[in-house]
Design a protein around this ligand. Structure first.
Ligand code: PHE
Length: 336
């Protein structure tokens, strides 16, 4: 036996592999060539009788033969199982396997939607860090030293005295410190509060903050802006209602309701028969905030608003438990 014999043998073997029509036939070929009593072990024994000068090449060719046959068998197995696309085992009449497309998380989708709406009004996105100074998160926002939200029971403090921001309002402070008026920004981001998780509370959640500062900005501008936003987000017949409220950083402050998207204001289970759904907090920027960031409160006025993304997402999609948004169960997420 010589090297040429091996090459012929390999070609024969591969021919038989290709000719095999089912798994059993293929297995028979495998046993005949690669099995313990097959041809290959015999060839290895033959090595002893080969001329010493030819031995290395013979050994190498024998090895290649073994690998070629093993690979050929594997490929043919795949074809017979119908997996390789265009082999003889491929059945073009079978329906294809749809690999499925990923979708963006509902929180991301709603955030993007909200940001988009304000971008059409000329707002630009501003960003800030999750870890904030007490000054940015509270002091500059006119929050008195004894305000309950400063309590360690409500806010996560770090060992160095900083904190995990409990709202996106410190982004306003950062932006005004860095830019002279006029300002028109929208800032989505993650917030943290020491809440016990339940169906409507999560220790981390998302808000979108908006801020508009210029000369002669009025409460009417706020109402017009938010009415436009409500219609874009929920539909053309949605109305907006302001209720007096209190925030340290705005004066006057309001809570803003939209007409219920389910009953359109008639009253139903979702809006507890009131016809209205609370959507966000807002108000006119308190002059003390302008003082803190170095704006001239005699020259400029402004409005600010902040809304919880989870809450809006849950309202729009009819999700009853905020935890669904954080468990990353694909059966839930696939629906969006
Ligand atoms: N920061 C407020 C909150 O977390 C929301 C808000 C923002 C209210 C801006 C008024 C103005 O509840």
């Amino acid at each position: 036996m010589n090297v040429q014999d091996l090459i012929d043998l390999r070609d024969n073997a591969l021919g038989e592999v290709r000719a095999a029509q089912d798994a059993a036939g293929l297995e028979a070929v495998r046993i005949a060539y690669l099995g313990r009593k097959g041809l290959l072990p015999k060839i290895m024994e033959e090595l002893r009788n080969v001329d010493p000068g030819e031995r290395p090449l013979f050994g190498k060719t024998a090895n290649e033969l073994k690998n070629a046959v093993a690979e050929g068998i594997k490929a043919r197995q795949g074809e017979l199982a119908g997996g390789t696309g265009d082999g003889p085992g491929f059945d073009p009449t079978q329906p294809g396997r749809w690999p499925g497309l990923g979708t963006r998380h509902p929180i991301t989708q709603i955030t993007d939607r909200i940001v988009q709406i304000f971008q059409t009004l000329g707002f630009t996105v501003a960003d800030g860090p999750d870890i904030e100074t007490v000054w940015n998160n509270f002091d500059a926002l006119n929050t008195p030293p004894d305000h309950p939200s400063r309590d360690e029971q409500d806010t996560f403090y770090l060992d160095n005295g900083d904190l995990m921001r409990c709202h996106t309002s410190p982004v306003q402070v950062r932006h005004m410190m860095a830019h002279p008026p006029p300002v028109r920004i929208i800032s989505p981001g993650r917030c943290y509060r020491r809440d016990t998780p339940d169906a409507t509370h999560s220790a981390n959640f998302h808000q979108v903050e908006g801020l508009y500062v210029d000369e002669n900005v009025s409460l009417a501008d706020l109402k017009g802006t938010l009415s436009y936003f409500a219609r874009e987000l929920m539909g053309p017949d949605v109305k907006v209602r302001f209720r007096p409220h209190f925030f340290p950083f705005t004066e006057p402050s309001v809570e803003v309701d939209f007409t219920c998207h389910v009953c359109h204001g008639k009253g139903c289970r979702v809006c507890k028969n009131s016809g209205w759904i609370e959507i966000l907090g807002a108000g006119m920027v308190d002059p003390n905030v302008f003082d803190a960031v170095g704006y001239d409160k005699a020259k400029v006025t402004g409005f600010a608003f902040g809304m919880g993304i989870e809450r809006i997402t849950m309202i729009l999609y009819g999700i009853h438990d905020i935890r669904n948004l954080y468990e990353n169960d694909v059966r839930f997420l696939n629906q969006f």
